[in-house]
Design a binder for this molecule. Sequence first.
Ligand code: 3H9
Length: 703
Amino acid sequence: MVRINDVTSYTHIDGVGVIVLNSPPVNALSAAVRDGIHAGVRQAIADAHASAIVLRCDGNTFIAGADIREFGKPPAGVGLGEVQRALEESPKPVVAAMHGTALGGGLEVALVCHWRIAVPSAKLGLPEVGIGLLPGAGGTQRLPRIVGPEVALELMTSGAQVEAADALGIGLIDELAPEDDLQGAAVALAKRVVAEKRPLRKLRDQNDKVEAARGNPELVAAFRKANAKKFRGFAAPEKIVQCVEAAVNLPFDEGLKLERKLFVELMQGEQSAAQRHYFFASRQAWKVPGLKKDAAIVPVQTVGVIGAGTMGAGIAMNFLNVGIPVHIVETRQEALDRGLATIRTNYGNTAKKGRLEVGAIEERMALVTGSLELQDLSGCELVIEAVFEDMEVKKHLFGRLDRVAKAGAILASNTSALDLNQIASATARPESVIGLHFFSPANVMKLLEIVRGDQTSDSVIATSMQLARKIGKVAVLVGVCPGFVGNRILGQRQREANQLIFEGATPWAVDRVLYDFGFPMGPFAMSDLAGLDLGWNKDKSTGATLREVLCEMGRRGQKTGAGFYDYDGQRTAQPSQLVEGVIRDFARKKGIAPRQVSDDEILERCIYPMINEGAKILQEGVAVRASDIDVVWINGYGWPVYRGGPMHYGERIGLPKVLSRMREFEARHGPQFKPAKLLEELVASGRKFSDLSPLARTPAFQA
Ligand code: 3H9
């Protein structure tokens, strides 16, 4: 074996030169890896004892892509294009041997090799779209040539990973290797190719699939149309489509040129910067600084859920989905029956959509039991309370739970806003109490805010984080404050949206501005969907708020055919003149003279206070790091990932600008706009949120 550099070695097996990469964690195409492959190929070509070449990786995976950490830095080492040319132009056949995940630039390296082989567990894909890019190393030109333009469009705009067996089916690989002998099978393939004197196959020269699509522009047009909603706001998918059009209509090298140009545009754009930020942010969020490394993990074998409402039922499903039995406790049999029926209906709906085998419904239902006795939760290692949001109710319940639950059990509350420390104080074991704030619908929404109380133990936090991963959530650890991170920031946007419509902006204008920003819907359309009568009581209604008046008018949201908007049978929202009149009356009574409110003002008034609140949250130590706040908002509140989350967005527009606008708003509209101290400090010292170190324990977390 010859060491080529720190991450590459070259060895000889049975007359075949094998280049082996070993660059943890994912063999990304760093300068060292590129240099290593390049030198390895030259070595193999010069090696008189090697008739063919195999490229493979040690560790968990084949090359998982370009090294995202290198993006935006000055170029170093041999360029990827040159590495690919060396492989493709090699006079000796090159076999790519893949295991783990062959992704992005990694798969693009494999696509310049003459043959490809993979173990059955391998997954292949071009996921660049997920970080706001397109495959920029020939992928957009070679993939259509191998799998056809239609499949290529689908794969590259979704970023989907293809299982090895399917990859074989669509021609992406030539052979499957035994799981435990990839190298042996790759060497055997290489030798066979040599023995049979097969000509070196270069995808760039295979034009039959793209030529077949040349006279059919409808293919791409139909694809664009079918995906318009999914791609809304995103820049990368459209550019991928343009590259595939080029693959179909232009010679290979011209297609490659267009790919390069569009790749560079995306790479330099705001969206990719935001999506790359999110890529790392979503991984950082799992890391909790200061947590004891050896914190014991509680082995959770049975979960208890208190409350069989929509929330409780949804929470239970998360655990049933991964085979953990759940016992639900309710106070009334009808409520329990309804909750169990909700679970069954939800699974039934999933099965109807083809996303769950019908047989699996019964398997999952067999794992759920229910009763009316709290005592029945005594065997559970984790109990999650999902009852009415009322402190006294919760405290009473936790007091009883404390007497029932077994020693060491985790006692969790699903509260979305209440003081977890107070809830914990109702027990004699506050160290076992934690908040698990699921978002509705709890079986669908990815976000889980894990709320650490002042006394929550490391073991309880570590177990909760691990369980969250197991049930497929994106978990973010937060501290105690009203509304925690997500709802607290939402409160800022809600307040401004409500205020803006009294000042003269229409609800439709506010919704349009936020929709165009990239949210799935604006706050008023959202209220209509959720129901304006959420928490409204007919007998206690005083008509003091706009919401109450609309409810009194019978305008309780989409379900009543009218709310802020009018709805026709198709649920299409139409602006309501009537509501505009009601708003004007309200404004008059409040003494607010209506004025023209610009779209820019709507956006800044709604978004900047969110950034400011995020700064307060950081300064109080309620979030570990700024990027955690971004993860919360992207996964729980529909913040468009291509804008990176409120904190990233604030940095991109510039914290000095955010601060100066907050000061102007404060002078004009009042103290609700008072800038956060941290924002002022950062601007004064020329720093950003992302310059701050992650927080371990902070005063806010201490007892
Ligand atoms: C590209 O290829 C562009 C080309 O078309 C054109 C070029 C000209 N770079 O996710 P994990 C780190 S764009 C740098 O927790 P898993 C990651 O941050 C790229 N670092 O593990 C983490 O670090 P840490 C296209 C990377 O097992 C650690 O590796 N490729 C990269 O759950 C473990 O990651 C992609 O978009 C990278 N490319 O999943 C693939 N990838 O430990 C992106 C990972 O410090 N990667 N890291 O937090 C993935 O999808 C997953 O990481 C993977 C492993 C499936 C590979």
